[in-house]
Each structure stands twice: as C-alpha cells, then as structure tokens.
Design a protein around this ligand. Structure first.
Ligand code: RIB
Ligand code: CA
Length: 299
C-alpha cells in the first residue's frame, strides 16, 4: 500500500487519473493538493473537490496551492480543457478546501508518514518546490515523486521545446529534479503512446456514475476538438506508473530544465549522475489493461 498524495490542476486528464487512484487498492490516497495550471487555482481547487464529491469521496482532504509559479504567471489551458478547466459542469462543491496551504499540507503528510509518502505530481511543480524550500529535510521525508512533465526526446506541447507543466514553472521543475528525492519523470515521450480515441468513448458510457461523468467529459472534449483524432492520456499514465511501476522502462539521468529564452521549460537529460528516472518506453497493453480496469471500477 503506497501512502499517496496527489498534486493536481484538474484538467480533464487529471480527472481520469483521480478516479484511477481512488479505485486502486495499491494506493492509500491521503490527500489532494491543487495548483494553478490548466485553470486558475481557485477553479482547479473547485474542480478537484467537485470531482471527488462526484466520485462519492467526501472525506478526502483537499488543500489549495499556488496561484502563480515561482516566477511569472501560469499560462492557462482553456483552449484544451475548456473554460472552467473541465468540459463538464460539476455541481457546486459541498466541502471546502483545508485552511493549510498545499505545500504545508504536503509536509504535514510527509511528517505523518515519515519517509513513506509518494507524491504524484500532475500539474506545474510550484507546490512541491515550495515544500522543498520550506523543509531542508525534504529528501529524507518523501519516498518518491512521480511527475507528469517534460519532453526529453520529443517536441513539447506548448512550444516546440516545452511540455505544459514544466513550461508553466521551470524553476520549480529544476528544484524538483535537484532535490535528491527519486523522481519518476513521465513525459510526453511516453504519454504520446497512450491515446484515447472516439472509438473508446462507448466504453466509458457505463451505468456507474463516476465513469459516466468522465465519459460525458471526454465526449465533450472530442466535440470541442473536432480536428483531433486522439487524446494523450498524460496524467493517467503517471498514475498508472504509481500503481504499477512496471508499465514504464526508465533510464536514470540528471535532468536540466531550461529557465530562460525561447526554450524555457525544455527538459534535457544530461547524464547518469542524477535522481531522475526518465521514462523512455511504455508497455501500452499493460497500461490500458490497468486504465480500463480502474476507470471502469474493477480492481
Ligand atoms: O502536458 C500535459 C500536462 O499538462 C497534463 O498534466 C495536463 O493536465 C496539463 O496539466
Ligand atoms: Ca494536469
């Protein structure tokens, strides 16, 4: 059982990953922290709580986090995820976020589960970087960081060089790569190999409420993007790698994140002297077996 905290910016793929996590007996989800990214953090926090309540999970604490990166501002992804960060309107959340800011909530869980906490990072890494700055013993307290981010041997999705999460806070991404905690970096190099298509949509239209909501969300997404044939399952792949690390093949590298100029947000794998396990290939069949089993509710 992995003691898990999920840092997220829902976001349609974040929503899929959240349901996978809640339906995976391998994970003990101890809380959710939110960050700006796909939408402003007030919206991603509302989305996270709304999704958890829609999934029948009202007792999981949610702590709101960074409204802006360590430097500059987030570039929101309304064009991709829809105006509110999701392509479905959720009922107004009943619960509110915790008063503790996300990075301190993360540290409180790291203290509680000394050395055992795994943090799954599905958005810009600002909250994690703030936690690293706040706690010099961070590397002794967190077991692993599974990060959806980066594009090492493949073009970016925001610029030709940069993936959205590292583009939105490259300084934070570099702090995470250098913090000494083992990082599993799930970048576009592998995310682009796990695609959802329109033909898959009927599988989500089952009579289970949570899955049906995600089915509506993805049907709306494809309606919003008639020009797109497929949807990259980025955050679900990072979650699958947390549940079952064997879905990925990785190479240990030091990773440099470009923070200036036209290549801002680019992730460069330098050499073998680092703590970053860069995902190079994915077992696509094994991923989808896990994705459908957990999204559709079978354990
Ligand atoms: O580049 C894809 C990543 O950026 C995903 O986490 C998506 O949700 C967006 O946050
Ligand atoms: Ca995300």
């Amino acid at each position: 059982m992995k003691r898990t905290l999920i840092d997220t910016d829902p976001g349609t793929d974040d929503a899929l990953a959240l349901l996978m996590a809640l339906r995976s007996p391998e994970l003990a989800v101890e809380g959710v922290t939110t960050v700006g990214g796909n939408a402003p953090v007030r919206q991603t926090t509302r989305n996270a709580i709304g999704l958890l309540e829609a999934f029948g999970c009202r007792d999981l604490p949610v702590a709101g986090g960074a409204a802006r990166p360590l430097r500059g501002r987030y570039r929101y992804a309304y064009d991709f995820h829809g105006r509110g960060g999701l392509t479905v309107r959720l009922p107004r959340p009943v619960m509110g976020p915790r008063r503790l800011p996300a990075h301190l909530f993360l540290l409180s869980k790291a203290y509680a589960f000394a050395g055992e906490l795994v943090v799954v990072c599905l958005g810009p890494l600002t909250n994690i970087a703030r936690a690293i700055r706040a706690e010099p013993r961070f590397r002794q307290m967190v077991k692993e960081l599974v990060v959806m981010g980066g594009a090492v041997q493949t073009p970016g999705n925001v610029t030709p060089y940069a993936e959205f999460n590292t583009y939105n806070d490259p300084e934070a991404a570099q702090a995470v790569m250098d913090c000494g905690v083992p990082v599993t970096l799930v970048g576009l190099d592998v995310c682009r190999q796990v695609l959802l298509t329109r033909a898959d949509l009927p599988r989500l239209e089952v009579n289970d409420g949570a899955t049906h909501l995600l089915g509506d969300m993805m049907a709306n997404w494809f309606r919003l993007h008639p020009e797109k044939a497929a949807y990259d399952l980025c955050d679900p792949l990072a979650m699958a790698a947390t549940i079952e690390p064997g879905v990925l093949v990785t190479e240990t590298r030091h990773v440099r994140v470009v923070t200036e100029g036209s290549e801002r947000g680019r992730t460069v794998a330098v050499d073998g002297r680092g703590h970053v396990r860069v995902a190079t290939t994915v077992d696509v069949e094994r991923f989808f077996s896990l994705f459908w089993a957990r999204t559709l509710g079978g354990a």
